[in-house]
Design a protein. Structure first.
Length: 127
């Protein structure tokens, strides 16, 4: 399945289990035990979450929970979204705290909207 990627930018990103990372900083977990995956990801500014394969979410051991959000409908209805986290996204040497959703099978991993500072450089990653 092919998915549109904004500006055809694909970046290599690392995603870490934030709890493992915190335990490592406290000296309670060895650095090599911090669960991490490396993925190629495109941008999707229409989504507030990192969208990645369920296999990657499981490999990271991220906790799943239901997040209730307002729907765009005028009737005031609410939508329940299954999200996973917390995770730390590292892109171009900068860390971002993110929540993830499971992408549909065969979909491209996409970065949701979050603050990218001016130093983001996808050099060598455009396709």
């Amino acid at each position: 399945m092919e998915q549109a990627i904004e500006n055809n930018i694909v970046a290599r990103v690392d995603v870490l289990n934030s709890y493992d990372e915190a335990l490592n900083r406290q000296g309670l977990l060895a650095a090599e035990s911090v669960r991490r995956v490396t993925l190629n990801a495109g941008m999707n500014s229409a989504c507030p979450y990192l969208s990645m394969p369920k296999e990657s979410i499981d490999a990271l051991g991220l906790l799943g929970f239901n997040l209730t959000e307002p729907d765009d409908a005028e009737d005031g209805s609410r939508v329940v979204q299954k999200v996973f986290g917390p995770a730390t996204l590292i892109i171009s040497g900068h860390s971002h705290d993110v929540l993830a959703i499971a992408s549909p099978p065969g979909a491209i991993t996409t970065l949701g909207y979050f603050s990218l500072d001016d130093s983001f450089d996808p050099s060598g990653t455009s396709r």
